[in-house]
Ligand binder design. Structure first.
Ligand code: C2O
Ligand code: CU
Length: 510
């Protein structure tokens, strides 16, 4: 072989390696500004074609250069701007002013942290409302240059109130304000957090609890006498586990015989294990929804999904009881009670068979669309960075499915985790019913979730009714995973968002 030929062959071989890599790198670069509606490919879930699916037609990666949703006023028909999806203008029953700041602050535990506060503290104030109230939250960003938003995690608010930067609004810049309004239709335990640079802003404290109580007057409640109702918001600040900002035991005075409701809120990135020392407990609600006929649990712990909530009910025994929360605890009992800490049970409550069945309100066997959300992992480029990245249905961000539905559809989704790590999957704007895990059908209380812990190797089937139009995120709530591309969207045909990722407001939801 001549030297020349050899050189040629070597060049070709190099090119054969480098060019595809270069192409992969180049095509992974995200433009400075893009609409999530242009991401990935339309997935109709085996249902009928839909008109006015904006911007889509074929499968593709990111677009280079600015563009706008191609569906606006196209031949497919006009679309409704999601900015019009608001709660109406009746006067507010609950008004909350929140001022967000980046500043050093002292946790209730006495520890100093530099992060983000709402009205001077983190967690921010608990927002309380009664079922049916119009809630109005005026958010002011004092000095957070990257911009902020508030997302109402688990509250199925109108789309324009969902608080996702670049999807449902622009990030609120320093010195700017934004007003959120929604009707408190769902009784239960929820939370709020920033959805601008959420992997960083949530970790550093831009969050708080929301509790919505039933509309009955307790004086008229024929029920059970004295009750204690307390939030237990869990958050990791600088690697330090806290409970409502405290560390250690948080005493809550309660006479023996009192029924206590402890609202556990997991605001961290991983699953949390809780149990009760000194008493039985019942899991009376998950992700804000009451369970039907929850049985007494003893000798079992409960896993609370990242982003998820669980309300535990305890009848306070004479010596008190401890709700164990990662080294911290809510101590229920008469003044001075010090119940003994029990070690973590080995067994776990399985919500798949807990409580008893009840009416579902819809027929999940008669689905209009069935989607797959299969999570994997492989090497590649994410916005130009090489690494092992998450995949959805075998493809990497931004080439992820746009789950497309129309109002009224009954939707099934199969969540498969084949990625080596647990993923707490969170769908915005909807609650989904768990149908099965690894082929085993749910037999207990209807188990409605907004955050579902999908462990490596597991398959869940869930179903929901598409009854809240708009463009919704459907992502992993281990927020660094979301920032690494483990996101997809649920889109209603005929709707479009005017907001863009990037752009003048520097929207960056993850
Ligand atoms: Cu709790 Cu998309 O978020
Ligand atoms: Cu994840």
């Amino acid at each position: 072989m001549s030297t020349r030929l050899r050189t040629h062959l070597a060049c070709l071989a190099t090119c054969a390696l480098v060019l595809p890599l270069g192409w992969m790198w180049w095509s992974s670069l995200m433009p400075d500004e893009y609409s999530v509606m242009d991401m990935g490919y339309v997935d109709l879930g085996g249902g009928p074609e839909l008109a006015a699916v904006s911007g889509h037609g074929s499968e593709h990666g990111p677009r280079h250069g600015p563009r706008h949703g191609g569906g606006h006023g196209s031949a497919a028909g006009m679309t409704t701007d999601i900015a019009s999806l608001v709660a109406g203008d009746r006067p507010a029953d609950v008004e909350v002013d929140l001022v967000a700041r980046e500043e050093p602050f002292t946790l209730a535990s006495g520890r100093d942290v530099t992060g983000y506060t709402l009205n001077g503290s983190s967690p921010g104030p608990v927002i309380r409302a009664t079922e049916g109230d119009m809630v109005e939250v005026r958010l002011r960003n004092d000095n957070i240059d990257a911009g902020i938003t508030l997302h109402w995690h688990g509250l199925d608010v109108p789309n324009a109130m969902d608080g996702v930067a670049g999807v449902t609004q622009d990030a609120v810049g320093a010195g700017e304000e934004f007003t959120y309004r929604f009707v408190a239709e769902q009784v239960g335990t929820y939370w709020y957090h920033s959805h601008q640079l959420s992997h960083e802003q949530v970790k550093r404290g831009l969050l708080g609890a929301v509790v919505i109580s039933p509309g009955l007057d307790p004086a008229e409640d024929p029920g059970t006498g004295a009750t204690v109702d307390v939030e237990a918001l869990l958050h990791l600040y600088d690697g330090q586990r806290t409970l409502n900002g405290h560390q250690g035991d948080v005493p809550v005075e309660a006479e023996p015989g009192t029924t206590a409701r402890v609202r556990v809120i997991n605001t961290d990135n991983g699953p949390f294990t809780t149990w009760v020392s000194g008493a039985d407990y019942r899991v009376v609600a998950v992700d804000g929804t009451d369970l039907n006929e929850p049985g007494a649990v003893s000798g079992e712990a409960l896993v609370v999904t990242a982003g998820g909530r669980a309300d535990l009910e305890i009848v306070v025994p004479p010596n008190g009881a401890r709700v164990e929360l990662g080294g911290n605890a809510i101590v229920l009992g008469p003044r001075g009670a010090s119940p003994t800490r029990e070690t973590a049970p080995r067994d776990f409550v399985d919500l798949l068979g807990y409580g008893s069945p009840a009416d579902l309100g819809f027929d999940p066997t008669d689905a209009d669309r069935s989607f797959d959300y299969v999570i994997g992992r492989r090497p590649g480029f994410h916005d130009g960075r090489p690494g092992m990245w998450w995949t959805v249905n075998g493809r990497m961000f931004p080439d992820v499915p746009m789950y497309t539905v129309t109002t009224g559809d009954v939707v099934r989704m199969r969540l498969v985790n084949d990625s080596g790590e647990v993923h707490p999957m969170h769908l915005h704007g909807h609650h989904a019913l768990v149908l099965s895990r690894d082929g085993v059908p749910a037999t207990g209380s209807p188990w409605w979730v907004d955050s579902l812990n999908v462990r490596d190797g597991e398959t869940y089937e869930i179903a929901f009714v598409a009854d809240n139009p708009g463009v919704w995120m459907d992502h992993c709530h281990n927020l660094p995973h979301a920032a690494e591309g483990l996101i997809a969207h649920l889109m209603y045909a005929g709707y479009s968002t005017p907001y863009v990722i990037g752009g003048h407001a520097h929207n960056e939801p993850e």
